[in-house]
Ligand binder design. Structure first.
Ligand SMILES: Nc1ncnc2c1ncn2[C@@H]1O[C@H](COP(=O)(O)OP(=O)(O)OP(=O)(O)O)[C@@H](O)[C@H]1O
Length: 781
């Protein structure tokens, strides 16, 4: 255990032990007092406090149980579908773990003592000290003004008022600077943390892994956008809300000790300890409740973003009704939880106010009265002594009275100053107590942010937690033995099993094949056989459990993947063509808008800049282009980046076959080696190699062929092998056409026969007609 963590642990365990005995002790006291008639009222007050404490504890325990249920598994509200909220049980408390987590995050926010955050913190602290000092000055001034009022000293009173306004100027400036610096502190923390998270998230495909490979964090967008903000705001406000009262406590206690003496200070100390213990015991698990609330907020938000992303599909399906019920369900789940927190707060706030506002004020008044009633306890002279002294110094009766009046004035000043200090002290103590609630909530946000950071770091460095549920699997994310070699000119797989990322399902057994530049490859096979999975393994997105994959180094000019679902980025039309290049990179590459226009001509989209208002037009492109246009825009990127290998995953499925043929021809002419996943037989002729997956009885086998070469064995592609590639619908179409061709032959034979028969009949018909004509002529003559 580190020295840093030891203090909070000792403190919290002490408080826990004391609080565990607080409730029985209070009840026992109540019972004892109840037996004594004279102390009935005291017993009633104690019993009331014990009852309130018991109620708050009950509320807390029930909230904890429900929060654990929400955090740990399914929440089954009436009529709800089970919804998995979090796989890990959320365990949040203001304990050693929380302080260690906070320390870890702090080191990220403030990497060294020369950082800007430290400067803000120093300034903030300076203003906090200044405010406390000004509060003491105001307390003294207050006492002085009341003294002058009692003594009817107009001149001194007027002077005091002038001081009052003179203090108001720095006091108001200090207050607004504290608020400003608190916000700056929060923003500074958020900036450091967000930059760190973005670095982790966007490097080594961590964002992909967080969604596809590891299920430890859920709703990374919510965590990065909202939870980090909440954490930073809570930490900054806690520093201000805790730093100021702690300073106040030190300075005011010092000031008070001078006037109320040691016994008063002891009284104050005992008051703090008892009330803090009781409040600590009664504080519900706000941290855990805050963590669950943040999670449910995330669920609600992601339900909405899913609706935005898939608006068209949902509209076509008329799915609004179902989506509406999902939105309502996630919203009510959140609201139910928030309402629960509010309900818990009613009881807790009542109890907190009773202790802090009323008990503390009463204690403050009592202690402030010590120097008045018992001046000797505060180190001053007793009333009798003062009278004796006044008599000794007095020459006549009126002087005794004026001397005693002066003493009364100074006692009034002392009381008012002390009372003001006590009120400020009670306020400071109250704020420290209230801060415990904030501290608990901070523990909740800390838990979520810390958890996210650790998982992102793991994924960034390739450490995964095995999510394999079967336990029988040969592959595990904790044992990745494959070798990725990024130095080859060719693409080669050697004995590579294609396995789903959790290691549960083998899609293809021991895959081995190689492609050199110019050897265009087509991959085909049934749906779900693992065609795209091969590409994911090649791109390093899926873990390479075994075997070797050799490939050229990563880079847009080496291998470009064109996915099944077109992706259109935020930005101008120009940025759609050059994605993922920036405009600066485009200029650095020596490309101009004229070059882009030529590229659009190659994909038959030359009309787009004119239609959409030029290259600088910015639109929601996914809603602007048709399905085929989106795919052709993706192919434009191919001609822009001009990679050595282009991996096309059903990338032309929405493009008409004639345009598709032209696109393939152009790509080949530009010496781009194509690796195509497609079911379209019309694309065979553009490829030299063929990989068929989903073969064999198990569907885990594969076959490798060279299309169009003569001869058998590996690499042969007979017409039967090509026929085997065809989908059932294409095969039946061929059969239908062959039947038709066969029918045509039969029809031809029949036609010839008919013609022949007609040839025999027609001459005799002609002869008869001639005879009839001759006969008619003769008749007429
Ligand atoms: N992240 C993942 N975790 C676990 N399984 C996955 C994951 N992604 C895909 N799969 C599964 O892997 C299998 C192969 O998917 P893949 O996308 O490679 O199929 P495909 O052969 O390209 O199919 P299609 O022709 O339909 O596009 C599918 O059964 C799919 O459900």
């Amino acid at each position: 255990m580190s020295a840093d963590s030891a203090v909070p642990e000792v403190l919290t365990s002490f408080i826990d032990k004391v609080s565990a005995s607080a409730l029985p002790a209070l009840s026992a006291t109540a019972a004892f007092h109840a037996r004594h008639q004279r102390m009935r009222r005291g017993a009633f007050a104690v019993a009331l406090a014990a009852g309130a404490l018991y109620y708050v504890r009950r509320q807390q325990q029930s909230a904890n149980r429900k929060a654990m249920a929400t955090a740990g598994g399914s929440v089954l509200a009436a009529g709800d579908q089970p919804l998995k909220v979090d796989r890990n049980q959320i365990k949040v408390a203001v304990d050693r773990r929380f302080f260690n987590q906070l320390k870890y995050i702090w080191a990220i926010c403030v990497p060294n003592y020369r950082s800007k955050t430290i400067l803000i913190l120093i300034l903030h602290t300076t203003f906090l000290v200044l405010r406390t000092y000004l509060s003491v000055v105001v307390a003294r001034l207050d006492g002085r003004l009341v003294r002058d009022l009692v003594a009817a000293d107009a001149k001194s009173f007027g002077k005091g008022l002038m001081y009052w306004f003179a203090v108001a100027v720095p006091a108001t400036y200090t207050n607004s600077m504290i608020r400003y610096l608190q916000s700056k502190f929060g923003i500074s923390l958020r900036t450091s943390l967000t930059n760190h998270v973005h670095d982790l998230y966007m490097e080594n495909n961590t964002y992909y892994k967080a969604i596809n490979l590891d299920n430890r964090i859920d709703g990374a967008d919510q965590l990065i956008t909202t939870d980090i903000n909440r954490f930073c705001t809570a930490l900054a406000s806690l520093y201000s809300n805790l730093g100021k009262p702690v300073l106040d406590m030190i300075i005011f206690n010092y000031q008070l000790a001078r006037s109320i003496g040691n016994s008063g200070m002891w009284g104050l100390g005992v008051n703090y300890i008892i009330t803090a213990t009781i409040l600590r015991a009664a504080t519900p698990a706000f941290g855990r409740l805050a963590a669950v609330e943040a999670k449910l907020e995330g669920d609600f938000r992601s339900a909405h973003s899913r609706l935005i992303t898939n608006a068209e599909e949902i509209a076509f399906y008329h799915g609004a009704h179902l989506e509406h019920s999902i939105l309502t369900r996630t919203y009510y789940r959140l609201i139910k939880h928030i309402n629960k927190i509010y309900r818990i707060r009613i009881a807790y706030n009542m109890f907190e106010d009773f202790i802090i506002k009323y008990t503390w004020s009463a204690a403050g008044l009592l202690i402030a009265s010590i120097p008045v009633f018992y001046p000797e306890m505060a180190g001053a002279r007793s009333k009798r002594e003062e009278l004796r002294l006044a008599q000794a110094q007095a020459t006549d009766g009126s002087t005794i009275v004026s001397q005693l009046d002066r003493k009364t004035g100074s006692r009034t000043q002392g009381f008012i100053t002390n009372k003001r200090l006590m009120v400020s002290l009670a306020d400071a103590g109250g704020r420290i107590m209230y801060s415990y609630k904030e501290l608990s909530e901070l523990a909740g946000y800390t838990y979520r942010v810390y958890n996210m950071l650790r998982v992102l770091e793991d994924l960034h460095d390739g450490r995964y937690v095995d999510a394999n549920t079967g336990g029988e699997s040969k592959y595990s994310l904790e044992r990745i033995n494959g070798v990725m070699d990024y130095t080859s000119n060719d693409i080669e797989f050697k004995n590579v099993p294609i396995v789903t990322p959790n290691g549960d399902t083998t899609l293809i057994r021991d895959l081995s094949f190689g492609v050199a530049p110019g050897e265009h490859l087509m991959i085909t096979g049934p749906n779900g056989a693992g065609k795209t999975a091969i590409l994911r393994t090649l791109a390093g997105l899926w873990p390479l459990f075994e075997g070797t994959v050799s490939r050229p180094p990563t880079g847009l000019d080496s291998t470009l993947y064109i996915p099944q679902r077109p992706y259109l980025a935020i930005g101008s039309l120009r940025e759609q063509v050059i994605y993922p290049h920036s405009v600066a990179q485009m200029h650095a590459a020596g490309k101009t808008d004229a070059d882009l226009a030529v590229i659009l001509t190659k994909v038959y989209l030359e009309y787009i800049p004119g239609r959409e208002g030029g290259w600088d037009a910015v639109k929601e492109w996914k809603d602007v282009f048709s399905g085929g246009e989106k795919q052709r825009m993706q192919l434009a990127r191919l001609f822009y980046h001009h990679p050595k290998y282009a991996v096309l995953d059903e990338a032309t499925s929405a493009v008409s076959t004639d345009v598709e043929a032209l696109l393939y021809t152009t790509a080949k002419e530009e010496k781009i080696t194509l690796i195509t996943i497609s079911h379209r037989p019309s694309l065979f002729k553009y490829h030299a190699r063929l990989l068929r997956v989903g073969e064999g009885e198990s569907g885990l086998d594969w076959e490798w062929e060279e299309i169009g070469t003569v001869g058998g064995g590996v690499g042969s592609a007979s017409s039967t092998s090509i026929n085997r590639l065809l989908s059932p619908s294409v095969e039946s179409e061929i059969k239908r056409l062959e039947t038709k061709v066969a029918e045509v032959q039969g029809l031809k034979v029949r036609l010839d026969k008919v013609n022949k028969e007609l040839g025999l009949v027609l001459p005799s018909v002609d002869a008869k007609a001639k005879e009839d004509l001759k006969h008619a002529k003769r008749t007429l003559i």
